[in-house]
Design a protein around this ligand. Structure first.
Ligand code: CAP
Ligand code: MG
Length: 414
């Protein structure tokens, strides 16, 4: 189909007021003139469509049209007037329908990727950000400075509540601060959510009473929109210490409702399963840093940001640094989100990882704990030792000489 792109959407070189526009950067892959391709995006995502329309008068156009303000190589900057957005009803779903909506399907573009977004203060002030974030998690866990160190219970499915609780007890006794459900665990018959919450809460209490060590475990409450609050409230009532939600499958609105509903008093661990379908292709999709900014606005307390190129999931330190910055940087006026490094982690990777991340991270391993020759407790100890050594700046080659579990982990995986 023929598309008519109006050059009226091109405002190259114009400086727009960042307090009055949402400013997006798109990488565009096209055989078209890049300026027209960018104009097509601005057109489709604001006041236009594929052809001129009699209902678009000058006043509406002037006030609401998206402006292509710069083209730098294959990256176009498009500014959408703040008035195009509706946060009271609409919220992040409506924001995404503008900045990351139909444009991905436009036939004239071979690829387009939303690389970054900046919101005006008037919109940012309508979000609350994390209730706990880094300081809240650190204070609940009585761990002021060192990285949080955790595990994902493995096997990811199949263990009954007692098996999960035994795992978490061992992990806590081995020194881990965090446990979590896997993203594929919900309320299957082999591990009903309510029984799991109760069993794990009891395991965490036992660790605390025997050693004084504080730990939390994130229960996966990802579910249908009409159920999520009820499931979260029930988990909280039964003793859950943290909640987990999958932001891509459940949506940003799910994170926001859990973070903002006054009945929920627990931190929110945000998983990002399925993000790779959207973030991995460098020519099509949305960058993870955009998702990270939205998670911070919506109130997630901890968010998976990748392993800076050291783990099992695709990612580079450059991208993951941008994700980390979206979580903790001063650009957003909220509490800092705890960046979570997960996916193929094991003790031997902690030394290189922490050189990049610094100590304000949560490092967690599933296989890297449950696969340790010393079992879950041995794996937990090895992870905790690795974090201690990296935090103190002691080379693993030296620290592992008198820390057996770390030595065994390095022997197996290092
Ligand atoms: C890690 C994990 C997480 C990934 C997701 C998994 O387990 O539980 O879901 O970290 O990746 O099932 O793979 P392992 P990301 O420690 O056993 O690898 O954090 O990049 O979103
Ligand atoms: Mg997982």
């Amino acid at each position: 189909m023929k598309m008519e792109y109006s050059e009226k959407y091109l405002h190259l070189g114009e400086k727009v007021d960042p307090d009055a526009y949402v400013i997006c950067k798109y990488k565009i892959v096209t055989d078209m003139d890049i300026r027209l391709a960018a104009a097509a995006v601005a057109t489709e995502q604001s006041t236009g469509t594929w052809t001129g329309i009699s209902t678009l008068n000058d006043e509406i156009f002037e006030r609401y049209h998206g402006r292509v303000t710069a083209i730098d190589g294959n990256v176009a900057t498009i500014a959408y007037p703040e008035e195009d957005f509706s946060l009271d009803i609409g919220g992040v779903p409506q924001v995404l329908s503008v900045i990351a909506g139909n444009l991905f399907g436009l036939e004239g573009l071979k690829g387009v990727r939303l690389e970054d977004v900046e919101f005006p203060k008037s919109m940012l002030s309508q979000f609350k950000g994390p209730k706990f974030g880094i300081p809240g998690l650190r204070s609940a866990l009585k761990r002021p400075k060192k990285p949080l160190v955790g595990t994902i219970v493995k096997p990811k499915i199949g263990l009954p509540p007692k098996g999960m609780a035994d795992y978490i007890y061992e992990a806590g006794m081995g020194g881990l601060t965090n446990g979590k459900d896997d993203e594929t665990l919900s309320n299957q018959r082999f591990c009903p959510l309510e029984e799991r919450v109760v069993a794990i809460a009891e395991a965490i209490d036992r660790v605390r009473s025997q050693t004084g060590h504080e730990m939390m475990h994130a229960i996966n409450v990802s579910t249908r929109g009409d159920q999520i609050l009820e499931v979260a409230e029930r988990a909280q009532e039964l003793g859950a210490t943290e909640l987990m939600v999958d932001v891509i499958t459940c949506g940003f609105a799910a994170v926001q409702v859990l973070a903002e509903d006054p009945s929920i008093k627990l931190p929110i661990h945000v998983h990002r399963t399925m993000h790779g379908a959207i973030t991995r292709n460098k020519d099509l999709g949305i960058s993870m840093q955009v998702f990270a900014k939205l998670v911070r606005m919506c109130g997630g307390d901890a968010l998976h940001v990748g392993t800076f190129g050291v783990g099992k999931m695709k990612g580079t330190s450059t991208e993951d640094l941008a994700n980390q910055r979206a979580c903790v940087g001063p650009e957003l006026p909220y509490e800092k989100v705890m960046p979570v490094c997960s996916g193929g982690m094991h003790p031997a990777l902690i030394e290189p990882l922490m050189k990049i991340t610094g100590p304000d991270v949560q490092i967690q391993a599933g296989g890297g704990v449950a696969g340790h020759p010393g079992g879950v407790r041995g794996g937990a100890r090895a992870m905790a030792q690795a974090v201690d050594a990296a935090f103190e700046g002691i080379p693993f080659s030296i620290y592992s000489q008198d820390h057996e579990e770390l030595r065994e982990a390095i022997k197996k995986w290092g």
